[in-house]
Design a binder for this molecule. Structure first.
Ligand code: HEM
Length: 435
């Protein structure tokens, strides 16, 4: 059955679980709400997303780490849409033969093990670390283009494009084709994790059709002309395991999903992080004065404001979290942005950004257990290099005050869409960077 047809409802609670009417699951930074929820209603039901929300660290860790069979990952992507697609959107997707088979992130058991095993090797620290030179060149080129301007939307100027270019490079996509991806930027996250109206559905369906076709073309090409890239490597590993034929639909899905997984997540986290560091000037200055703090600052940014604020799973049996019973079949959201500020784990100053925090690494931004984010080393490398170059070349950078940050209204892929910053180019520390 097509993933798009599965969309299974979660019924409203009958077990006395609180229902949160004052929580907007699609809004920017609901930290005041979460702080109270962790104390008073750590588990609640939310009608707009037809799911249960866990706010405490230990509950989120237990949900994501549970691979006993009691929890399934198959609600992560399109197998649980909040809004069933309208017929016109379905028609567009079906006519383009779009059928997103499960990807690594929403598979369970033996299939997950197989597909994670064949796709993970290029994301190991040993393979990712040598990409530092390529990443730094991407960052440098984009900063070169704006460094004398004195103002920029840093998301547009650098933060969005760097992770996109890196993942496409790893996929062996030639530079001239990279522009294609820009056309695929759109409201897809609202379609999968939001409350899309008809216009959003139609726009997304058209975008997804083109993107699906593009991904199938890449997968087909790598089958015929294998190269030195992550798709060819997954194909070779599948062939070695005798699983290539049975994994053809998975391969198309992987090719499409790895682009999504590999760039918006990192861009959203880096954009959030830049805003928060510049708004906490002493923390930014600490990185300017001592770049050796940047790796821990990247962990702290992931803790403080991850670009993947929630991740959803499905309860396969009746589950219990913080004394609340969740019926079998329910969709359950781990509110990672709440877990990451849980005072029980990060102490009484959990709400404070502290680039020297010793426990920063304990964040759940990358999930935990068998499904732990495969791209976590790459994401951290990219965030660190962006921060290294920004603090070195633009230490006097400021976030433009009083700007309103806009966020894509969805539960799981969120970051400020624009970050307007300014600086005085005559004060740029490197002579070559001055007008
Ligand atoms: C700051 C950036 C990122 C964040 C916050 C993030 C977050 C996450 C989360 C929360 C999960 C689900 C974990 C779970 O179910 O326990 C995940 C899985 C995954 N991520 Fe990331 N991610 C990021 C960057 C990346 C990048 C750069 C890539 C690849 C290029 C990537 C590829 C994946 C893959 C393939 C999975 C599925 C792993 C599995 O199910 O076994 N991610 N990520």
């Amino acid at each position: 059955m097509s993933m798009l047809e599965q969309g299974s409802p979660t019924t409203a609670p009958t077990t006395g679980c609180p229902v949160a009417h004052d929580f907007d699951p699609f809004a920017g930074m609901p930290h005041a709400f979460f702080e109270k929820a962790r104390r008073e209603t750590p588990v609640f039901y939310q009608e707009d997303i037809r799911g249960y929300v866990l706010t405490r660290y230990e509950d989120c860790r237990r949900l994501l780490g549970d691979r006993s069979g009691d929890v399934s990952a198959n609600a992560a992507l399109m197998s649980h849409l909040n809004v069933a697609p309208i017929p016109e959107a379905m028609r567009i997707l079906q006519e383009s033969e779009f059928d997103l088979a499960p990807s690594v992130v929403d598979e369970d058991g033996a299939e997950h093990k197989l597909h994670r095993g064949v796709s993970q090797p290029p994301f190991s620290p040993r393979r990712v670390t040598p990409l530092a030179g390529f990443v730094r060149r991407q960052v440098t080129e984009r900063l070169d283009a704006v460094v004398t301007d004195g103002a920029a939307d840093m998301v547009d100027a650098m933060i969005y494009e760097v992770p996109a270019t890196v993942i496409l490079h790893m996929m062996g996509v030639p530079d001239e084709e990279m522009g294609n991806l820009k056309g695929f930027r759109g409201p897809w996250a609202i379609f999968i994790w939001g409350n899309p109206d008809d216009d959003v559905q139609l726009e997304t369906a058209k975008m997804m059709s083109g993107f699906g076709e593009w991904a199938r073309g890449i997968a087909r090409d790598r089958l015929e002309n294998p190269g030195d890239d992550i798709i060819s490597e997954a194909i070779a590993n599948l062939r070695d395991k005798g699983a290539l034929e049975s994994s053809r639909a998975w391969l198309n899905s992987y090719t499409l999903n790895i682009v999504m997984a590999g760039h918006e997540t990192t861009a959203n986290t880096a954009a959030y992080g830049l805003v928060h560091l510049l708004q906490h000037r002493d923390q930014w200055q600490a990185l300017v004065d001592d770049p050796g703090l940047i790796p821990n600052a990247a962990e702290e940014i992931l803790r403080y404001s991850t670009g993947v604020p929630t991740w959803r799973q499905r309860a396969m049996t009746e589950l219990e979290f913080s004394g609340v019973t969740i019926p079998a079949g329910s969709v359950v959201y781990a509110a990672l942005n709440s877990a990451n500020r849980d005072e029980q784990v990060f102490g009484p100053d959990a709400e404070r950004l502290n680039v020297r925090r010793e426990s920063a690494k304990r964040h759940l931004a990358f999930g935990t257990g068998a499904h732990t984010c495969m791209g976590n080393h790459l994401a951290k490398l990219e965030i660190c290099i962006m921060l290294e170059e920004l603090t070195r070349r633009l230490p006097h950078l400021e976030v433009v005050p009083d700007q309103e940050f806009e966020f894509s209204p969805n539960t799981s892929q969120r970051g400020p869409e624009r970050v307007h910053v300014r600086w005085d180019p005559s004060r740029n520390p490197l002579e070559a960077d001055r007008p």
